[in-house]
Design a protein around this ligand. Structure first.
Ligand code: RFL
Ligand code: PHB
Length: 389
């Protein structure tokens, strides 16, 4: 098989890129390791920036997003029970949209067949060949047989644990990493959200987050130590801990119910440079990870794709190499600023085991400053809605 672009990974990055290229008449294929069911059921992000919703609109795939997405014009910070409202729309004239990554992924997968975007599911042993040579290709194993796709360009959208990043020689790669000494225990439940906005709460017992998927489905998280086990967190313990950390005002409106999903995710900041090597490009979590505190991971994947689609369309449809040559620098410029915001909000809102009394006072002083300063709130709002492309 021969295509112009072979895309590895059917997460948001791979699917958004595939649809963007097909819309411009470029032939491509998406090669995914998991089953379709597994990809569709992964519970992850929930907050979409304009960059992401605009991309869905340009693809003409935002009907359900427009109908079911919840517009959020503010976010709420809580410091030990004290509530701070950050009015996103007043400061930025923009909003964010709450719409599950699960739903976005489903919309993209459902539209793939009618838009002539082939997706290979359950491809094992995916391997990249000659990424900086004249005949790049991707091989994989499906139903016991080895298949090869020849492509002019290969894009690695295979997430943090994927294989594409390793196809860039280690001597040419620079990796930057910060692993945090805690994770998030997340719970999904069919109960109405406790608050109309997303809540980020700092508390002596650790961070907590209140979010939602719909008016009847809530998503909550609490900071936990990395060695915590799911089995030690029956629903009742989770709800008690969450309410304590959100503080009395918000705890009063928490409706509890049986969890329908419960998982622990570690927190990490990571960037690899450059994001291009020869005919191989990286996009999304394959190239960078942010801790989820700013709700930026999926949105960064969408902004990478916006840049990369433009670059590849320039190359294939107009013979212009400026976009593909500039892609890595252009994407990294926005990635580093978004890494900064996610790291900052993580540092501000969590309890770090290594912190002493001084660091605790710094967190309190900063949160008090934010509570009283329009300028500080405007800066948080500006970053939360997403920096311009
Ligand atoms: P994905 O979604 O990880 O998709 C990669 C795909 O590649 C496949 N794959 C392979 N395929 C073929 N061969 C291989 N060797 C392969 N290895 C892997 C995988 O099966 C998968 O289908 O990466 P992508 O597309 O770059 O998308 C990134 C986002 O998924 C991620 O950044 C967000 O989920 C992060 N995130 C959030 N982002 C936001 O913007 N807003 C949020 O509110 C938000 N909340 C979150 C989050 C991530 C979380 N977790 C679990 C890490 C909350 C959590 C708890
Ligand atoms: C979510 O709804 O899952 C969510 C919201 C905000 C975040 C992270 C996750 O910062």
């Amino acid at each position: 098989m021969q295509v112009q672009v072979a895309i590895i990974g059917a997460g948001p990055a791979g699917l958004l890129l595939g649809h963007s290229l097909r819309q411009a008449g470029i032939s491509c294929i998406v090669i995914e390791r998991q089953t379709r069911a597994r990809v569709e059921e992964r519970i992850r992000a929930g907050v979409l920036e304009r960059t992401t919703t605009d991309l869905m609109a340009r693809l003409g795939l935002d009907q359900r997003l427009k109908a079911e997405g919840l517009l959020h014009r503010g976010l709420t910070l809580v410091n030990d029970g004290r509530v701070i409202n950050v009015e996103i729309t007043r400061h930025t004239n923009r909003h964010v949209t709450v719409y599950g990554q699960t739903e976005l992924t489903r919309d993209l997968i459902n539209a793939a067949a009618e838009r002539d975007l082939p997706i290979v599911w359950e491809a094992s042993e995916v391997a990249l060949h000659e990424v900086d040579g004249a005949a790049p290709s991707v091989s994989f194993c499906r139903a016991g047989a080895v298949e090869t796709v020849r492509a002019e360009m290969i894009v690695g959208c295979d997430g943090f644990h994927g294989v594409s990043r390793q196809a860039i020689p280690a001597s040419l790669r620079r990796e930057f990493e910060r692993a945090y000494p805690f994770g998030w225990l997340g719970v999904l439940a069919d109960v109405p959200p406790c608050h109309p906005e997303v809540v980020y709460a700092s508390h002596p017992r650790g961070f907590a987050l209140a979010s939602m998927r719909s008016p009847t489905r809530s998503r909550y998280y609490v900071q936990v130590a990395l060695d915590e086990k799911i089995e030690d967190w029956p629903d009742e313990r989770f709800w008690d801990e969450l309410k304590l950390r959100l503080g009395p005002e918000l705890a009063a409106t928490v409706v509890t119910g049986p969890s329908i999903e419960k998982s622990i995710a570690p927190l990490r900041s990571f960037v690899t440079e450059p994001m291009r090597h020869g005919n191989l490009f990286l996009a999304g979590d394959a190239a960078h990870i942010v801790p989820p505190t700013g709700a930026k991971g999926l949105n960064l994947a969408a902004s990478d794709v916006t840049y990369l689609a433009e670059a590849l369309i320039g190359w294939f449809n107009h013979g212009d190499s400026a976009g593909i040559n500039g892609y890595s620098d252009r994407a990294l410029d926005r990635i580093w600023k978004t890494e900064r915001f996610s790291w900052y909000l993580t540092r501000l809102m969590h309890r770090f085991p290594e912190d002493g009394a001084f660091e605790r006072r710094m967190q309190d002083a900063e949160l008090d400053y934010i509570a009283r300063s329009e300028f500080a709130q405007a800066s948080i709002a500006e970053n939360y809605v997403g920096l311009p492309l």
